[in-house]
Design a protein around this ligand. Structure first.
Ligand code: MV4
Length: 446
């Protein structure tokens, strides 16, 4: 096992990784930017090293500074968390070159799954369902028109290098496809340095269902069942839950087994999430793979009892996953509300600043993953998420009631947060019924 791990992240996930290291008797070294200098979680690390100024380019995504900090601290490994450098194959490669273990996939596995076109090809070869569409990138307008004619409109143009919904265009007619193709490619080239685009059948009323997977370095991979993340706004998830509401047993086993097959085919180790869209008949189509621990991993931890962050450290150190697939069971229902320092009353504008009152909820079945405390100042430089409220109960109805109870206990003042939005959603009939689609929240907020 590692002696010392450097955490190349900040905020709640840095704290989550510190806690995992503690329980594994590993020393935790944090890095921080000047904007996070006073953050209280840094005191829970064995050591904290300042790596630069507030802009992420000068600190949290600056590979040279992260590696320098790891060398200074003599860390054996680096945990990237999510965001920042977590899905950068070049960073995984630099870690390898510097003989520091990257706690995550190899650059080769990221290449197979992180690029959307490559991932779709890997998926097809592993008999994982994908949307019908172009085989690989389309460059010629006539080729795109031919493919669209075959699969039928509407179609969607996607950037191979895009993510989180950037670089997508829905085309409902041939004229629109012809109009959008070159613009989409130019936009992708400007945004990602890669102009490759592909097209596929567009699904109108979809749910976002994703499968948590873990792989080790010995060719073993298991899934930890699915999460439903359909409650989202502008590609930012708002609520995640597990298991997915009302998914038929057979469909669910099929999608979860497909996800495990896919990561096995890529010789993947570490945590991954395979994203799918699910149609009204509960058919699944793979979208993309996230090659990291995700924000919403705690809901899966609560229903399976598995510590996913500890598992990522153990498999990176070469340990075998101690579970067979048949050891994994789902118990009850879990839900996560992302608490953002944003004002839902005013277009979700960021609301950074000093938190004078911070009284998080507690009691049975309540977990709070946050780095915030009373007196903490939310810096304006990063993501606005200040914590996650996660609850577990015997079934979905009780889980929602428990979440409503926990939200009612929660006091954060004077900054604005998404707590009132979550309170409203816990009383919303459509949400309570279960199975909302990915456009539900945007419709509700109109
Ligand atoms: C789609 C789709 C419908 N049909 N692909 C958005 C983010 C990116 N990961 C893929 N996305 C979508 N791909 C086909 N063929 C609809 C979306 C989509 C979406 C997906 C998941 C969660 C939220 C979304 C919001 C809008 C569109």
């Amino acid at each position: 096992m590692f002696k010392r791990v450097l955490i190349a992240n900040r905020g709640e996930i840095a704290l989550r990784i510190i806690r995992a290291c503690r329980e594994l008797s590993i020393e935790a070294v944090c890095v921080y930017s000047t904007a996070d200098r006073e953050a209280p979680y840094l005191r829970l690390a064995d050591r904290a090293i300042c790596i630069g100024a507030a802009p992420a380019k000068e600190s949290y995504i600056n590979i040279a500074r992260i590696i320098a900090a790891a060398e200074i601290a003599d860390a054996d490994a680096i945990h990237p968390g999510y965001g920042f450098l977590a899905e950068r194959a070049d960073f995984s490669q630099v870690c390898r070159d510097c003989k520091i273990e990257f706690i995550g996939p190899t650059p080769e596995a990221m290449g197979k799954l992180g690029d959307k076109i490559a991932c779709k090809q890997t998926a097809k070869a592993a008999r994982v369902p994908t949307f019908p569409g172009s085989d690989g990138a389309v460059t010629e307008e006539e080729e795109a028109v031919e493919v669209a004619g075959k699969i039928g409109y509407p179609v969607i143009i996607k950037a191979a290098a895009g993510g989180g919904g950037r670089g997508m265009r829905v085309c409902r007619t041939e004229a629109s496809l012809r109009m959008n193709l070159r613009a989409a490619s130019q936009e992708a080239q400007a945004a990602f340095g890669d102009g490759s685009v592909f097209i596929e059948k567009f699904l109108e009323h979809a749910r976002h269902v994703e499968v948590q997977v873990l792989g080790d370095k010995h060719g073993h991979a298991i899934h930890l069942y699915e999460r439903d993340c359909s409650m989202q706004r502008r590609h930012q998830k708002v609520i995640e839950e597990a298991p997915g509401p009302d998914i038929e047993r057979r469909k669910r086993d099929a999608v979860c087994e497909a996800a495990a097959r896919l990561v096995k085919a890529a010789n993947y180790h570490g945590a991954a999430t395979v994203e799918f869209l699910m149609d009204e008949k509960q058919n699944f189509y793979m979208l993309e793979v996230n090659t990291r621990v995700q924000v919403e991993h705690p809901v899966t931890e609560l229903i399976t009892g598995i510590d996913i962050v500890k598992a990522t450290i153990r498999v990176a150190a070469g340990e075998r996953l101690p579970w067979k697939q048949s050891d994994i069971h789902v118990r009850g229902h879990a839900m996560e509300c992302r608490i953002n320092a944003e004002d839902p009353e005013h277009g979700f504008r960021p609301s950074p600043g000093r938190i004078a009152v911070f009284e998080p909820p507690g009691g049975p079945g309540v977990r709070m993953d946050t780095h915030a405390v009373a007196g903490y100042t939310v810096p304006p430089n990063y993501d606005s998420m200040i914590g996650k409220l996660i609850v577990h109960a015997d079934d979905r109805g009780q889980c929602i009631d428990r979440m409503a109870r926990a939200l009612a206990e929660f006091r954060v003042e004077p900054i604005k947060t998404t707590i009132p939005l979550h309170q409203r959603l816990m009383q919303d009939a459509g949400f309570r019924a279960g199975g909302v689609d990915i456009h539900y929240l945007e419709r509700l907020l109109k």
